[in-house]
Write a protein that binds this ligand. Structure first.
Ligand SMILES: Cc1cc2nc3c(=O)[nH]c(=O)nc-3n(C[C@H](O)[C@H](O)[C@H](O)COP(=O)(O)OP(=O)(O)OC[C@H]3O[C@@H](n4cnc5c(N)ncnc54)[C@H](O)[C@@H]3O)c2cc1C
Ligand SMILES: NC(=O)C1=CN([C@@H]2O[C@H](COP(=O)(O)OP(=O)(O)OC[C@H]3O[C@@H](n4cnc5c(N)ncnc54)[C@H](OP(=O)(O)O)[C@@H]3O)[C@@H](O)[C@H]2O)C=CC1
Length: 462
């Protein structure tokens, strides 16, 4: 087989890359290699500000792409080998595809705690299969432990019903990968709330049926939990006990006990439970031959330059598998998120298309400012720029406003200029904050009024 562009991976980065290529290069052959007959697609894309978008991510049959774009051909299989000299890839054992340009979007997989090795009681969550397996195991569990303090742990703790949870975190506050201790405390009041039953009802269609067994692979995304009922075997609502500044030291199994998993924390405390969830980050999927030739980051991600090019000729990469190895704009930094996987997939396609046309390309504007919108503990959360003072050392000022169970607003200023913002709740401040971060207006004279709820501050800057 031959194609001008070959994209590997049916997650959001790969699908966005293939779709963008189809738009820019309607006459060229594009092959998307997907391990599964299901792919991830973006729907309901909504621009909240100039750079901040919200969208749904849905699983769809790969036939959707074949029928939507006449020049995309989806090949089902697994990348086995790259030959960057002869410019071909081997899919599975014997499917050879010659390419002009190749984009690797093979994503990542859970980086589990070391105690997970050969231990069926320690689970990770990534794709639909893994969440379905977890839910099945949870049905019989009265007590579980969750390790990790990032996105997955924060969402699970809020969503799990009828199971007692021991939450083991390294930090002194919850949800530390996203927010500061103040916001962590703000969220904490939601930990023991009874959940809104409407939100908890799983939607009727959980997933498309996949031909030939499940092999979805691509990561779950925004609001994934809406499709599932995550419920254990306790009669009572979940009780959450947080173990701050602790790590898991040991996991032992005694299948004859009521709670077969005995874990020991590094402070010596012992906990008995039925299951351990390791929500401890991800590692890139470099599960193919030829991958060792790529220049890799210390975390073994494929390094890409400002044009999404890897160290190998005509090979690009995007999404969770790669590391943005360029001089980042002051208010941007990489984080493994849907938004960035989508932006990188789209931009990699533009870069490959420009390379084919021998055109110059300017880096996409989305890499000027970090933006993330999500929902944590039932609240809308918007993170902008250097929202946790990243890159600023200790030399910054914080403006802060909080109304318990309503909103939490934190603005980070340096030399009177806005550098980042955490906006929790319906604050309506995202557009103003984004503009102030991008235009670096000196706010020294407005500081007192910036978060004064009695002043319509946006009028100042119109
Ligand atoms: C539970 C969960 C919730 C999340 N929630 C959010 C959220 O609310 N907001 C947010 O911004 N981000 C969220 N994320 C992160 C986000 O899902 C990822 O950053 C994003 O999906 C990465 O997309 P990707 O295409 O790079 O990788 P993936 O989605 O991992 O896709 C990679 C694809 O490549 C395939 N593949 C792997 N190896 C090969 C091979 N050798 N050959 C062929 N195909 C291969 C895989 O099967 C997979 O389909 C969440 C992640 C998880 C796990
Ligand atoms: N709403 C959203 O935006 C969501 C985003 N996601 C994304 O999905 C991916 C996977 O999520 P997740 O697994 O939560 O990863 P995250 O990277 O978000 O968080 C991992 C957490 O685990 C901790 N950790 C790492 N190793 C250990 C260890 N050995 N023992 C104890 N704690 C450890 C990390 O601490 P430290 O950092 O100190 O090492 C960190 O608190 C991430 O890219 C995340 O951003 C997932 C769900 C929701």
């Amino acid at each position: 087989m031959n194609a001008t562009f070959v994209v590997i991976g049916g997650g959001i980065a790969g699908v966005t890359c293939a779709e963008t290529l189809a738009f820019y290069q309607p006459e060229q052959e594009i092959i998307l290699v997907s391990e599964s007959s299901l792919i991830k697609t973006v729907t309901n894309l909504l621009a909240l500000t100039q750079t901040l978008t919200s969208f749904n991510v849905e699983e769809a049959s790969s036939n959707v792409l074949n029928s939507k774009y006449k020049n995309i051909n989806v090949v089902h299989g697994t990348l086995n080998k790259i030959n960057d000299v002869e410019k071909h890839v081997i899919i599975d054992i014997n499917i050879k595809i010659n390419y002009e340009y190749l984009c690797i979007c093979t994503g990542a997989r859970p980086k589990l705690i070391p105690q997970a090795k050969d231990n069926p009681y320690v689970l990770g969550i990534r794709d639909t299969d893994s969440i379905e397996y977890f839910i099945e195991r949870l049905k019989d569990s009265k007590k579980i432990a969750v390790v990790g303090n990032g996105g997955i742990a924060s969402e699970l703790i809020y969503k799990i019903q009828n199971t007692d949870i021991d939450w083991i975190i390294k930090d002194d506050h919850i949800s530390a990968t996203f927010v500061d201790p103040g916001a962590g405390e703000f969220f904490q009041s939601s930990l023991h709330k009874n959940f809104n039953t409407a939100e908890q009802s799983p939607s009727k269609q959980m997933r498309y049926e996949e031909e030939g067994g499940s092999k979805s692979g691509a990561a779950l995304g925004p609001d994934w939990y809406k499709h599932f009922q995550i419920k254990g075997a306790c009669e009572l609502p979940a009780q959450v006990k947080i173990h701050y500044q602790t790590e898991l030291a040991e996991v032992k199994i005694d299948a004859d006990c009521e709670h077969p998993v005995k874990i020991t924390l590094n402070n010596g405390q012992e906990i008995n439970c039925d299951l351990v969830i390791s929500a401890t980050g991800v590692e890139p999927n470099l599960n193919f031959h030829g991958s060792s030739d790529f220049k890799l980051s210390p975390l073994k991600e494929i390094m890409v330059n400002e044009y999404m090019q890897t160290s190998l000729p005509n090979i690009y990469a995007a999404g969770d598998v790669c590391h943005a190895y360029w001089d980042h704009a002051q208010h941007w930094f990489p984080m493994k998120l849907w938004t960035q996987a989508r932006q990188m997939g789209c931009y990699a396609a533009k870069c490959m298309s420009s390379a084919l046309n021998e055109e110059e390309i300017l880096q996409d504007f989305c890499f000027e400012i970090f933006t993330h919108t999500t929902k944590l503990f039932g609240y809308k959360v918007i993170l902008l720029g250097l929202f946790n003072g990243q890159k600023l050392g200790k030399d910054y000022e914080i403006l802060f406003r909080m109304t318990k169970e309503h909103e939490y607003v934190k603005l980070i200023l340096q030399n009177g200029k806005l550098q980042g913002a955490v906006l929790v709740g319906d604050t309506d401040l995202e557009e103003m904050c984004e503009n102030l971060i991008l235009n670096q207006l000196d706010l020294s004279d407005y500081k007192e009024d910036l978060l004064n709820p009695d002043i319509d501050i946006e009028d100042y800057f119109d």
